[in-house]
Ligand binder design. Structure first.
Ligand code: SF4
Ligand code: FES
Length: 242
C-alpha cells in the first residue's frame, strides 16, 4: 500500500495509491453524490455519472467519475466548482426524465436545485419509474452472490434488468442482494409471512428456531451450503440469536 498525498478542494489529504477519488473523499468526510458505486464491486461501470468531479494533474484538467478514478500523487480534485455543479445538474435532470417517480432521484434533484426536468419524460417499459439502468443489480448478482440470475435486457430507454425471457429464473435463490443494492429501490421484493416474492418467483423462508422470524430463503441456504460447505445447522438461528 503506497501512501500518497492529493488535494481535495485545496486541502492536503493522505490516501492510498489507486483508491478511488470517491473513497478518499468519503473517508475524509467530503460529500460527493453517488448512486451506482458499491463497496463490493471493484469493476465500477460509472454509469450514473452523478459522482462527477474536476481533476487536475500534469497541467491537464478534466471531468471524471470519482467512483472509478484512481488517485495518484499530486492529483488535485475539486468537487464543487461551477462546471461540476452545472454538468451534475444536467445528469440529474436526465435521470429524473427517466425515473420521474423515484423518491431517490426526486430527492437528488431537489438537492441540486431542480424542480422539474427540462428533458423528455421517458416512456420505457421496465421499472421506468425507478430504474436508472446502472447495472449494479446484475453485477452484484454475478460478482458478489455468484448466481447470474438476472441480466440487463433491451437497449436505450427500455434497458433494465430482468430474468431470461422474463420468466421465473431457475438460477435465482431469492437472496434479494439485487434489491438491497439497487440505489433507487427499483426492484420489488415482498416478504410476507414465510414467503418472499422477487422476480416473479416465490421462495419459502427459513424461520429462526429462537424467535420464529422468517429470515433467509431456503434456496439461499441450499446455495451457501453447496458453495461453501457450511453446516446447514448454522442457519437454524437468525443472526440476532446465534
Ligand atoms: S434495478 Fe436498480 S440496480 Fe438494477 S439497473 Fe435498475 S437502478 Fe440499477
Ligand atoms: S457513482 Fe460514480 S458513476 Fe455512479
Amino acid at each position: 500500500m503506497e501512501k500518497i498525498t492529493i488535494k481535495i478542494n485545496g486541502k492536503d489529504i493522505e490516501a492510498v495509491k489507486d483508491q478511488s477519488v470517491l473513497e478518499v473523499a468519503r473517508e475524509n468526510g467530503i460529500a460527493i453524490p453517488a448512486l451506482c458505486a458499491h463497496p463490493e464491486i471493484e469493476t465500477r461501470a460509472g454509469s450514473c455519472r452523478v459522482c462527477l468531479v474536476e481533476v487536475s494533474q500534469n497541467g491537464r484538467t478534466r471531468l471524471v467519475t470519482s467512483c472509478n478514478y484512481p488517485v495518484r500523487g499530486g492529483l488535485e480534485v475539486r468537487t464543487d466548482t461551477d462546471l461540476v455543479r452545472r454538468i451534475r445538474k444536467g445528469v440529474v435532470e436526465l435521470l429524473l426524465s427517466r425515473t420521474p417517480d423515484s423518491p431517490v432521484i426526486q430527492k437528488l434533484a431537489r438537492e441540486n436545485g431542480i424542480e422539474e426536468s427540462r428533458f423528455f419524460v421517458d416512456e420505457g417499459e421496465h421499472y421506468r419509474n425507478r430504474c436508472i439502468a446502472c447495472s449494479l443489480c446484475t453485477q452484484v448478482c454475478e460478482e458478489v452472490v455468484g448466481v447470474s440470475a438476472i441480466s440487463m435486457l433491451d437497449r436505450g430507454r427500455d434497458k433494465a434488468p430482468g430474468t431470461p425471457y422474463l420468466k421465473p429464473s431457475q438460477a435465482c435463490i431469492g437472496c434479494g442482494a439485487c434489491a438491497y443494492a439497487c440505489p433507487t429501490e427499483a426492484i420489488p421484493m415482498i416478504d410476507e409471512g414465510e414467503t418472499r416474492k422477487i422476480w416473479g418467483k416465490e421462495f419459502k423462508m427459513v424461520t429462526c428456531s429462537v424467535c420464529g422470524k422468517p429470515y433467509i430463503p431456503e434456496a439461499q441456504v441450499d446455495w451457501i451450503v453447496k458453495t461453501t460447505g457450511k453446516d446447514r445447522a448454522f442457519f437454524d438461528k437468525c443472526p440476532d440469536h446465534r
